[in-house]
Design a protein around this ligand. Structure first.
Ligand code: ATP
Length: 653
């Protein structure tokens, strides 16, 4: 194997080759712009080449590789005696020659992540590289056959324990074997990953998206990959990971944004609970299909030559048969069948039924169809239903009262709530099938209501999903308490449930404290162990919370890393003011400042090197699932957690 200088030389060669690839891609953009072909093809090609050139150009500053594996000389098969460098992207210096660097997603790269002294998989040596910026500073070898790892694990440990600054980074250099298995699970398999805070669920989900796009590019590009996260602050935090991995076309959004409805009102908790209940699916189906009635007359229409007729019984059969499909398609089908029946009669009489005649007949039968199968719009159906929920039954009288509008309204004057947006989506899907994605990754899935799950299920009806979550972090009123039920709502009842149990974020001392809450959370989740033995925890009783917080932030600012001040939502303005008065610049949860001031309700999925958690008792008291919220808050810390409290700590702590 090469010594450090030789490795640096190889890195230089890789960079040079990458530069030539970028130049080549840029040239192709110019050529691509002149490509002969239809406009769509030319546009797609131009877009692809520009993206490639841009990504590769930006890549220039990244280390070209992070590891290398050397197969043994005695190994049978194509890899015998071969050496493979692994990086974020494939680098080659000449067509037909072996690549200088192999993409981390290529099949052979799996060996880098999976091989061990117990199961070397043909590998003699695995080398990991340490970089300082763009300079290669060290490497670390594991001799897997002889079982003599030389300081192995130090580079990995350093990477995992590094202070966090800025947005989330990719983990390609240090993916752990159990994570790699999940990342590389096939496209046809739906999987549910239950993992305690910091076990890498989000990281695995994002790397899985990148992997699937690499392995099934043409299948996935058609329908796209969707990543759903809990809120915009979270999406901001993870936004850089996929682009660094060369994937810029993944849609990353929240369920609320996906449903794309203007929300102008808020439900009270009882109404929201009813609207998110899975029985609403039956209620709405009834509200929609209840509009279809049995024909009470025959269809009789005429053209210049003759009067044509479909009798009542035949018409009723057409209606009954079409009910099996979506509402609007069914309606179109009835019209088409009626026209076809008329056409048969006309042709039997020797009439020529051209397109004009067919359209005319379709117009003529439509009023008959409208009478038994009226045209509907989703917002009109829901407005009508919420004006009088008793019409569809199923719910109890109390539940109907909880969601009923105080006075009947038309769709135009409706002020929809977030829960209504989910119901509108359900009704829309009853009317017309919605487009599906090639793969959907759902993060923090424990918080989704059954009705939200259904919205996701129909967008992945014939494809697979990756479900990520932690039952212990469920904070919504409808949070799942077991995965089997949640997976059924998500339309994937047989998805495999896999647990991740090693935490890479939260230090052991903090995990130990947070775990004290687990028994009170009423969920069964596997215990976790922290990979990290470092980290600090302080718990301090103070008289003046704001003053103590300023003091703590000032101390934290002397160290490196991001700082997150997390408090119950209602306490946040006071804390922000105090920090501002002390001259400390702060940013919101979705900002990029050094000190973020974060309401407890938005902390999910985020992490800060140093967390200052204020008044746990307030966080618990602020909401029904307050203890779960506190569990989330305490597990955001990477290197250090300071808990400041003026009231007694919750007894569970
Ligand atoms: N194999 C790894 N190598 C390096 N860092 C890792 C690895 N796995 C996870 N991490 C890091 O650990 C931190 C936690 O990961 P992540 O946010 O994916 O966990 P999570 O399970 O989604 O947590 P939560 O449930 O709290 O949202 C991140 O900074 C991530 O980059």
């Amino acid at each position: 194997m090469r010594d450090l200088d030789e490795e640096r030389g190889y890195a230089g060669r890789c960079r040079e080759a990458l530069r030539r690839m970028v130049a080549g891609a840029r040239e192709n953009v110019v050529v691509g712009e002149d490509t002969w072909g239809d406009r769509y093809t030319a546009e797609r090609l131009g877009y692809y080449l520009k993206t490639l050139a841009r990504d590769m150009g930006e890549e220039g500053d990244n280390p070209p590789f992070f590891g290398v594996i050397a197969y043994g000389d005695t190994e049978a098969g194509e890899h015998r005696g071969q050496t493979y460098y692994l990086g974020r992207r494939h680098i080659s210096d000449a067509i037909g020659r072996p690549p200088l660097v192999i993409d981390w997603r290529a099949p052979v790269s799996a060996t880098f992540y999976q091989a061990s002294a117990v199961e070397p998989r043909g590998i003699d040596t695995r080398r990991r590289f340490g970089w300082s910026g763009n300079t290669l500073t060290s490497f670390e070898d594991e001799h897997l056959r002889t079982g003599t790892p030389s300081s192995a694990g130090e580079l990995v440990r350093r990477e995992i324990e590094r202070a966090r600054v800025g947005p989330m980074r990719d983990i390609v250099a240090t993916i752990q074997p159990e994570q790699d298995t999940l990342v590389r699970t096939g496209l046809d398999v739906s999987v549910c990953i239950q993992g305690a805070p910091g076990t890498g669920k989000t990281a695995v989900g994002l790397h899985r998206a990148a992997y699937l796009l690499y392995a099934h590019r043409s299948r996935l590009e058609r329908n796209g990959v969707l990543v759903l996260g809990p809120n915009r602050a979270f999406l901001h935090y993870i936004s850089a990971v996929l682009p660094t991995l060369g994937e810029v076309d993944v849609e990353q959004t929240t369920i609320e944004q996906l449903l794309d409805r203007e929300v102008r009102a808020v439900d009270d908790p009882t109404a929201a609970a009813v609207k998110h209940d899975p029985r609403m699916a039956d209620v709405l189906r009834k509200a929609v299909y209840g509009r279809i009635s049995e024909p009470e007359q025959a269809v009789v229409v005429s053209d210049e030559s003759y009067k044509w007729r479909v009798n009542q019984h035949e018409f009723a059969e057409m209606v009954a048969e079409a009910e099996a499909t979506t509402y609007l398609t069914g309606r179109e089908r009835v019209i088409a069948r009626l026209v076809a029946a008329l056409q048969r009669q006309a042709e039997a009489r020797g009439q020529n039924c051209n397109g004009v005649w067919m359209r005319r007949m379709a117009r003529a039968v439509t009023p008959y169809v409208e009478e038994v199968w009226p045209l509907l719009k989703a917002d009109e159906v829901l407005a009508d239903y919420l004006s009088d929920p008793s019409q569809a039954g199923i719910l109890t009288a109390d539940e109907q009262r909880a969601i009923a509008w105080s006075r009947p309204r038309k769709a135009k004057s409706a002020r929809w709530t977030a829960a209504d947006a989910v119901l509108l989506d359900e009704v829309s899907a009853l009317l017309e099938r919605c487009p599906t994605y090639g793969h959907v990754i759902v993060d923090e899935a424990q918080d989704l209501s059954p009705m939200q799950c259904r919205a996701i299920a129909r967008r992945s009806e014939h494809t697979s999903i990756t479900v990520l979550g932690d039952l212990a972090q469920g904070t919504s009123a409808w949070a799942a308490t077991d995965w089997t039920t949640q997976l059924a709502h998500l339309g994937k009842p047989t998805a495999e449930i896999v647990a991740l149990s090693t935490g890479y974020r939260v230090p052991a001392t903090v995990v130990e404290l947070a775990n004290r809450l687990l028994t009170a959370l009423d969920v069964t989740v596997p215990p976790t162990t922290s990979y990290r033995s470092d980290g600090e925890l302080t718990i301090t009783r103070v008289d003046d919370l704001a003053f103590a917080c300023v003091d703590s932030v000032q101390g934290a600012l002397r160290e490196e890393g991001s700082i997150g001040v997390i408090a119950a939502d209602h306490q946040l303005p006071g804390v922000s003011d105090a920090l501002k008065a002390a001259g400390i610049e702060t940013s919101a949860a979705d900002g990029d400042g050094r000190v973020a001031v974060v309401p407890a309700s938005l902390a999910k999925g985020l992490e800060y090197d140093h967390v200052i958690a204020l008044e746990p008792a307030e966080i618990v008291a602020a909401e029904t699932r307050g203890l779960n919220r506190l569990y989330v808050v305490l597990t955001r810390a990477v290197s250090r957690l300071d808990i400041l409290h003026s009231r007694d700590l919750p007894p569970e702590l």
